[in-house]
Design a protein around this ligand. Structure first.
Ligand SMILES: [Zn+2]
Length: 132
């Protein structure tokens, strides 16, 4: 049985998903533990209110800090992706990973023209070619 609380009368450690987000935490794998009732909004149409009649409540004691990738991690990830997506022969960076077997894009391998919407002409990793 999930307990229900009226807005203003709910324990402080129980918060809505939006409040979790505002605190930069995630539910930490646990589901909602209670329901928040808002009498003021219950009779209004849902679209007119950002908190419709009921909202799930999560326990802050169980919440975990959200894992936010640092900029360095994102760069490392991007470099790894770029390496797998950039053709060493023509320097174009594709939106999909290149075939490991070919080691280059299809066009460099056997001349099959690639769709221009599938790549970015010159990505950062080959910037030195532009400068040359
Ligand atoms: Zn190529």
């Amino acid at each position: 049985m999930v307990s229900e609380y009226d807005r203003g009368a709910c324990p402080e450690h129980l918060v809505t998903r939006r409040q979790l987000r505002d605190r930069d935490v995630s539910p930490g794998g646990h589901g909602p533990v209670a329901i928040l009732r808002c009498k003021r909004c219950r009779n209004r149409p849902q679209w007119s209110c950002t908190h419709p009649g009921r909202a799930w409540l999560f326990d802050l004691h169980l919440a975990k800090p959200k894992r936010i990738p640092t900029l360095a991690q994102e760069w490392a990830l991007d470099r790894a992706m770029a390496a797998r997506q950039t053709c060493p022969d023509c320097g174009r960076r594709f939106f999909t990973c290149l075939s490991k077997k070919l080691g280059c894009c299809l066009e460099c391998f056997d001349g099959t023209p690639v769709d221009p919407s599938n790549y970015i002409a010159a990505a950062a990793p080959v910037a030195h070619r532009l400068a040359a």
